[in-house]
Design a protein around this ligand. Structure first.
Ligand code: F6P
Length: 546
């Protein structure tokens, strides 16, 4: 049975034409309690969703849909370690990585907590040894520089968190991230580091990813070319992976490998050994606080009734905007410079998870699923793409994120930042009517005809939905909660859409074709493609050889 056959789905379709068309201006005008009614708080995060396009009837309808799609059962399945990633036959247990409860998380009947604790202890001991100087480079210099080599989930989470927690970074330490196979990425980092002080962290779940293996091999070559003996590789290269055989084959000793497990999805892996560069940057206590913050959101998600459950509520609103009101994108706009990589991180988390168009049973969906996610730190985005969000033909729901307290209370910068954080959602919701525009222009002494010509350009239709997420301060704990909030929102949406959020077959075809094209670029194989691809290969080969 398709989701669209559910009476709950059809009831919402009917509501889309009535309640879904109501203007936020009117909804606020007729209900003084709208903010209280449509806001909630958990795990250090306050979420105002009153400026989204919902009414009480819509929310009730969405909660009915959640029940009809057995969202609570699916949540239980995830926490129980059921193989909810059906196409890969895997459990999805990143929640276990940040919990401390024994006897709660099982995969194939085995409690995973001892394994988790043992890797956490290995990571903690390693961090301590690097930070204390007990572990040094091969010439006796401190290992104060980390270069993480990884891509996708083995890069985006660690980069985003390391940037976000910069105020907690241990003094005198530098962390670099190299992901792109474009040699420029690695080369620019290598220019700035001292091989004798550098620890290369090769992060790859599979340890087969072309970009990461290529960068790792080049980093190793550069390290040896600096005069380091082969035996020094053990002091300067470690691996974070699930694939011990490939790690050993690369030349990294198993004792320098920090393992994790197939039930940790790449884009959910910053809570596993993949988080080591974060811990090396901010220290173990802060990394643990990050995990604790995520665990606090997990408890909320696991136990709060659906109508007070933040990830559930945000998921339902997302489904409403996407599948019933036809909004195709979602902007994530952190009003916090430290969160400048959050949109990039969430692009993978959301789009690799819910960019799917077949149901769990393999049927084509007939409704919109994962939105196009993009964003930028406020206020930079305001001077770039907000024009389209305010007056473009598409309606783009936005998430505004801010902390009440700044780590850098410089003059009145933070008040100005917060004023913008508040003003944008207000403008998007309320807009500016033609009469208001006329009123404004009249004061300028402009002629009536001129005013009328300008009015349509200066009108803001408003009724553009936003969610505002507010925290006291961006700290390891609140950051952990924020990431977990999004993770669970994405999962809940996948349940309602009846898609698998945990596989990513869509990334495969391009990888396979790139492997076939590589020998053709090297001139080792004949070129056999469509005329466009073949033509481009021929042109590149001519340009490179001329
Ligand atoms: O982009 C596809 C993907 O498989 C992601 O899901 C993953 O995070 C990334 O590649 C990196 O994979 P690995 O950690 O195995 O190198």
């Amino acid at each position: 049975m398709s989701r669209t056959d559910l009476s709950e789905w059809q009831a919402l379709e009917a509501l889309a034409a009535t309640d879904g068309a109501r203007h936020l201006r009117d909804l606020f005008a007729e209900d003084e309690g709208r903010f209280e009614r449509f806001s909630a708080e958990a795990a250090g995060l306050f979420v105002d969703y009153s400026k989204t396009r919902i009414t009480s009837d819509v929310l009730d309808g969405l909660l009915d849909l959640a029940r009809a799609t057995r969202l609570e059962d699916r949540r239980t399945d995830m926490f129980r370690g059921e193989k909810i990633n059906a196409t890969e036959g895997r459990a999805v247990l990143h929640v276990a990585l940040r919990d401390t409860a024994k006897g709660k998380y099982f995969v194939d009947g085995a409690d995973v907590m001892d394994d988790i604790q043992s890797v956490l202890s290995q990571m903690e001991a390693y961090c301590d040894s690097v930070h204390s100087g007990a572990r040094m480079g091969h010439t006796g210099k401190p290992l104060d520089t980390v270069v993480n080599i990884g891509i996708g989930g083995s890069d985006l989470g660690p980069v985003m968190v390391t940037e976000a927690l910069k105020p907690y970074a241990l003094e005198g330490r530098a962390t670099h991230f190299v992901s792109n196979v474009d040699g420029t990425h690695l080369a620019e980092v290598l220019k700035r580091i001292d091989p004798e002080r550098t620890l290369f962290v090769i992060a790859s779940k599979t340890f087969t990813t072309q970009e990461t293996m290529t960068n790792a091999a080049s980093a190793r070559e550069w390290f040896l070319a600096s005069g380091a003996p082969e035996s020094a590789v053990a002091d300067h290269f470690i691996a974070l992976s699930t694939n011990e055989a490939a790690v050993t084959e690369f030349g990294i000793n198993a004792e320098n490998m920090f393992p994790f497990w197939e039930w940790v999805g790449g884009r959910y892996s910053l809570w596993s050994a993949i988080g080591l560069p974060i811990a090396l940057s901010v220290g173990w206590k802060n990394y643990r606080a990050l995990l604790d913050g995520a665990a606090a959101m997990d408890r909320h998600f696991e136990t709060a009734p659906m109508k007070e459950n933040l990830p559930v509520l945000l998921a339902l609103i997302g489904v409403w905007h996407r599948s019933f009101l036809g909004m195709q994108a979602n902007a994530v706009l952190p009003y916090d410079q430290y969160l400048h990589r959050l949109p990039a991180y969430l692009q993978q988390a959301d789009m690799e998870s819910n960019g799917k168009s077949v149901t769990m049973a393999g049927a084509h969906v007939t409704y919109g699923t994962g939105p196009v996610l993009f964003g930028e730190a406020g206020t930079n985005g305001q001077h770039a793409f907000y024009q389209l969000i305010h007056q473009g033909t598409d309606i783009i729901p936005c998430d505004f994120i801010a902390a009440a307290e700044s780590h850098n209370p410089l003059g009145d910068h933070h008040e100005k930042l917060l004023a913008n954080f508040l003003a944008q959602p207000e403008a998007l919701a309320m807009g500016k009517t033609p009469d208001e525009v006329r009123e404004d222009l009249k004061g300028s002494g402009m002629a009536d005809a001129e005013i009328e010509a300008l009015v349509p350009h200066k009108v803001f239709t408003g009724n553009r939905p936003t969610v505002s997420i507010l925290m006291e301060r961006l700290e390891p704990r609140t950051l952990g909660s924020l990431i977990a909030l999004y993770e669970h929102r994405i999962f809940c949406q996948s349940v309602i859409w009846d898609i698998n959020a945990f596989d990513q077959w869509g990334v495969e075809l391009g990888k396979v074709l790139a492997k076939a094209i590589l020998p053709e670029l090297k001139g080792w194989a004949d070129v056999k493609h469509d005329s466009s691809t073949s033509g481009l290969i021929a042109r590149i080969n001519r340009l490179r050889r001329s």
